[in-house]
Design a binder for this molecule. Sequence first.
Ligand SMILES: Cc1cc2nc3c(=O)[nH]c(=O)nc-3n(C[C@H](O)[C@H](O)[C@H](O)COP(=O)(O)O)c2cc1C
Length: 360
Amino acid sequence: MAPTIPLLTPYKMGNFNLSHRVVLAPLTRNRSYGNVPQPHAILYYSQRATEGGLLITEATGVSDTAQGYPETPGIWTKEQVEAWKPIVNAVHEKGGLFFCQIWHVGRVSNNGFQPNGEAPISSTDKGVTTGLDGGDWSPPRRLTTDEIPALVNDFRLAARNAIDAGFDGVEIHGANGYIIDQFLKDQVNDRTDQYGGTLENRCRLALEIVEAVANEIGRDKVGIRLSIFANYLECGDSDPEALGLYMAKALNKYKILYLHVIEPRMVQVGNIFETPYSTLPMRKAFNGTFISAGGYKKDDGNKAVADGNADLIAFGRLFLANPDLPRRFELDVELNKYNRATFYIQDPVVGYTDYPFLEG
Ligand SMILES: Cc1cc2nc3c(=O)[nH]c(=O)nc-3n(C[C@H](O)[C@H](O)[C@H](O)COP(=O)(O)O)c2cc1C
């Protein structure tokens, strides 16, 4: 008998029966023209769907102020909800489970993406200076305390819309330097109200969003993604271990489905570093499903699952380039190489749905 492949063993995530542990990580693909998901996404996502496999969508805007990159999808209008439906259906037809990652970029934007050319909103009025992608970021405007409930409400409505579109659940994007991260991290958040200063205050927005979304759609359909140890888009923290542990414990109160954490080794998007940090304390503190992501290959993914360090592993670039990634792991065959140059282009086919499947 062939040895068991830990990544390909079944797992029960709340009410969902997963047949394997290879998750499609959220991947922005910039092919949703006018912020509306397009028919070509039907093929893209269904190529990656498997019976009992979990897919997470690309980051999807919660409102008309949520965008900072070209042609990213949204889920705040009726048209967008309708446009998601056939995509979700196609994934379900293949037996896949599909979560929508809901997102607001905060200060990682510019006036050109904002209604009436206004300033992007954030926890702060300090702008991003250099930017991860060499983006052209405008100076942000600090949200006033009494504007925050409306932001929380946008996430709540987006989650409702995601369920209406047929998604199985949502992943709140609390990672990678976007608005929630801009509140969590003390190197960005310079507020003096109840949303800044202490750990409790900096985590308040994230937890209010979690609570609102869980109350709206059910806690068993809610996950959150965090990149506590990263410093993307100048969004770092002076004590990430304390922040991570505080969040993992605080999330237990809401009994949500999963916590999805980016490995500390992903100090920068795309490059692996040695760091003294570990996600294990967060894994141990959190009571729900733990998804780990960041730089995984088959072997260390298997090891993380076998050692109990994670329940599921999300693969980004490997899954982008290998639509049949779980099958390739099963057969232990060569993987297609990803082409970075086509990650973010707007072509509906190239670098998107043209990565080959295994023959036969
Ligand atoms: C093209 C591309 C787009 C990405 N878009 C998102 C996104 O929309 N939301 C998100 O949380 N992370 C996003 N990420 C980060 C990935 O989900 C993942 O954490 C990262 O690529 C590291 O995992 P990997 O080594 O398996 O690729 C993106 C990464 C890439 C390469």
